[in-house]
Design a protein around this ligand. Structure first.
Ligand SMILES: NC(=O)C1=CN([C@@H]2O[C@H](COP(=O)(O)OP(=O)(O)OC[C@H]3O[C@@H](n4cnc5c(N)ncnc54)[C@H](O)[C@@H]3O)[C@@H](O)[C@H]2O)C=CC1
Ligand SMILES: O=C([O-])CC(=O)C(=O)O
Length: 279
């Protein structure tokens, strides 16, 4: 590895980071930032239960402030949004109005709050959607500079990674006792953002890199034999045809792959590095 590749470079200014909230992704990121991550300092976190969060960060080298969501902006230059999707606008809007950066894990909430893009444009803020639990967004974005004919994704998840999704509830689909793979959804990334707000952010991220949420097609399967979340993607374009597959090892949250938090760390490194690799 080259000295600068994959590591945040040291530079004199330090970016103050807020994290909302301290779930599987947020706690991991908070721990890594607190241990020391060049160019960044964790200053504040938010959580549903702020007393429990205060206990969690009490042993940190530099415990961040534990604040209500609306107070995070005053303490940070950048916020990492890793909370349930319904809180996305409350977390992001103050940062965007202040011309600051929002790293958004709830990609589905980005397309459900499109007004925030105008707010970002008007105030010099920006929303960054990391690759998260997915791969190949660089190639998809490059292909989108030409013509993409189709982007199709097939997601297979263990039953516990899908339970509680609104699509299952509203359609009365019971997957609890299934003994064989069951197709539970066939539609667009935009429809998936509504039906699976906590499970299919990856499909929305893929769509934003490529041909948009109304043209990116997705199948979702519940598979009782699986332990890992699997995503297969096929892209047909006038510059390249490609297929990609990822098998995500779950984090403490069975819905979320471990690689998700690491993707955010890689993004933070890239933002600060004199050598940037990948589109
Ligand atoms: N873009 C991507 O590739 C991926 C995105 N995600 C998304 O990232 C987000 C975080 O994922 P995880 O950490 O696994 O979720 P998680 O469920 O482990 O953590 C969410 C946290 O938000 C907290 N919370 C709930 N209500 C709150 C409130 N009112 N105020 C503040 N905090 C509150 C919960 O207590 C929990 O600690 C989710 O929206 C998930 O769907 C997850 C995996 C991949
Ligand atoms: O899409 C998501 O939000 C999470 C996911 O599929 C994964 O971790 O594999």
């Amino acid at each position: 590895m080259l000295e600068h590749e994959g590591k945040a470079s040291s530079k004199s200014s330090v970016t103050r980071v807020a994290i909302a909230s301290l779930g599987a992704v947020g706690l991991k990121l908070a721990q890594v930032l607190d241990a020391g991550f060049d160019g960044y300092r964790l200053t504040a976190v938010s959580a549903r239960n702020r007393d429990a969060a205060a206990t969690r960060v009490a042993g940190f080298k530099n415990p961040p402030q534990v604040l209500p969501i609306e107070d995070l902006e005053a303490c940070a230059d950048l916020v990492i949004e890793c909370a349930p999707a319904e809180f996305f606008a409350d977390i992001a809007e103050p940062f965007l109005r202040a011309g600051k950066t929002v790293v958004a894990l709830s990609a589905g909430a980005v397309i459900r709050n499109e007004n925030l893009l105008q707010i970002a444009a008007d105030h010099g803020g920006r929303i960054m959607v990391p690759s998260g639990a997915l791969l190949g967004l660089d190639a998809v974005a490059a292909a989108a500079q030409g013509n993409i004919e189709s982007v199709r994704m097939i997601t297979r998840k263990p039953v516990r990674g899908l339970l509680g999704a609104p699509h299952l509830v509203t359609h009365g689909i019971d997957i609890t006792g299934i003994t064989a793979p069951m197709k539970i959804f066939d539609g667009t990334a935009r429809e998936a953002a509504v039906g699976f707000p906590a499970n299919l952010n990856v499909a929305v991220a893929l769509s934003l890199a490529g041909i948009g949420p109304d043209h990116t097609q997705l199948e979702i399967w519940a598979d009782p034999a699986l332990q890992r979340n699997m995503h297969q993607i096929k892209v047909v374009s006038d510059s390249a045809h490609f297929s990609m597959e990822i098998e995500n090892i779950p984090s403490e949250n069975p819905k979320t792959g471990r690689i998700t938090a690491q993707s955010v760390l890689a993004l933070l490194c890239k933002l600060n590095s004199p050598l940037q690799v990948g589109t």
